[in-house]
Design a protein around this ligand. Structure first.
Ligand code: HPA
Length: 269
C-alpha cells in the first residue's frame, strides 16, 4: 500500500499539486464548490495511477487543485462508495494520498437523510460524531508507517473546526445543527423501521459515505471536518418517496450555504 501511495503522490506532485493546505471530498450534488477554485489544475481519476474510478451519476471523478479563499486545496470531485463494489483499499488510497501530499485537514460533505425529528429538508448538520455501520476500512494487515493498529476515535471530528463552523453559520444566518452521522452500505434507502432503529441507536442523519474516509484519515491523525446536507427525512409521518434525483436536487438547493461555511472555515485555517 505505502509504495502505491508514494507512487501516486509523486505523480501528482509532478503535475503541480504542491503543498496543499487542505483536502476536500464532496458528496452527491455538492460538487459545485470546486467551481470556486482558482488557478486550477484538474486531473481525471482515470489518468491517476492507482486511483479507482467513480461510477455514480453526480460524482465526476476528478482531482482539482488550486487556490480557494486564501488557501491551496485539493478537492476530490467524486468519491468511492461500498455500494459500488469497492473495497477498503479503494476508499483508503485517495485519502492517504491527500495526506502524503501534505494536507493539514480533511473536509467532507455528504447528502443524508434526517432522522432527528427537528430537522427539515435543506438543513445543514455539522457532524460531531459517527456510527460506522460499514465494514471498517482498516480491517486487514496494518502498516505502522501509516498509523497504529488500534486508532482512538474519541474525537473523530475536530472540535475547534465544529465550533468555528457554528459561528460562521450564525454570522451568515444559516440554520445549522450538530449531530451524529450514521453510515450504511446502501444502495437502498431505508425502510421506515430502519430509520426508526437508527434514530433509537443515536443517529441524527443517515447516509452511505464519509465514515470510511474519516476512519482512514484519523488513522493518520489527520483532523476532519464534515457536514451533512439533509435531502430527505426518515421521520415517521414525513417519509417521502426518495430517489437519487430528489437527493441531488435537494442537495443542489443547499449547496450555496454549505459552500459559504466551507469557504470561510478553510480561509480561517
Ligand atoms: N438514507 C441513506 N442515504 C442517503 C439518504 C437516506 O435517507 N439521503 C441521502 N443519502
Amino acid at each position: 500500500m505505502l509504495e502505491k501511495i508514494i507512487e501516486t503522490t509523486k505523480f501528482l506532485r509532478a503535475k503541480g499539486i504542491i503543498d496543499p493546505d487542505a483536502g476536500i471530498i464532496l458528496g452527491t450534488g455538492l460538487g459545485e464548490l470546486t467551481a470556486k477554485i482558482d488557478k486550477r489544475i484538474e486531473i481525471d481519476y482515470k489518468d491517476i495511477p492507482n486511483f479507482p474510478l467513480s461510477t455514480v451519476e453526480g460524482h465526476a471523478g476528478q482531482l482539482i487543485y488550486g487556490e480557494f479563499g486564501r488557501k491551496k486545496i485539493v478537492a476530490m470531485k467524486g468519491r468511492f462508495h461500498y455500494y459500488e463494489g469497492y473495497g477498503a483499499q479503494h476508499v483508503a488510497l485517495p485519502v492517504r494520498v491527500l495526506k502524503y501530499l501534505g494536507i493539514k485537514c480533511l473536509f467532507l460533505s455528504n447528502a443524508a437523510g434526517g432522522v432527528n425529528p427537528s430537522f427539515q429538508i435543506g438543513d445543514i448538520m455539522v457532524i460531531t460524531d459517527h456510527i460506522n455501520l460499514l465494514p471498517n476500512p482498516l480491517i486487514g494487515l496494518n502498516d505502522e508507517r501509516i498509523g497504529v493498529r488500534f486508532p482512538d476515535m474519541g474525537e473523530a471530528y475536530d472540535k475547534d473546526l465544529v465550533n468555528k463552523a457554528l459561528l460562521i453559520a450564525e454570522e451568515n444566518n444559516i440554520r445549522i445543527h450538530k449531530g451524529v452521522y450514521l453510515s450504511t452500505s446502501g444502495p437502498t434507502f431505508e425502510t421506515p423501521a430502519e430509520y426508526r432503529y437508527f434514530r433509537i441507536i443515536g443517529a441524527d442523519a443517515v447516509g452511505m459515505s464519509t465514515t470510511p474516509e474519516v476512519i482512514i484519515a484519523r488513522h493518520m491523525n489527520l483532523p476532519c471536518f464534515a457536514v451533512s446536507v439533509i435531502t430527505d427525512l426518515g421521520v415517521e409521518g414525513k417519509i417521502e418517496y426518495t430517489t437519487h434525483e430528489s437527493v441531488q436536487n435537494e442537495a443542489a438547493k443547499t449547496e450555496a450555504r454549505m459552500t459559504t461555511i466551507m469557504t470561510e472555515l478553510i480561509s480561517s485555517l
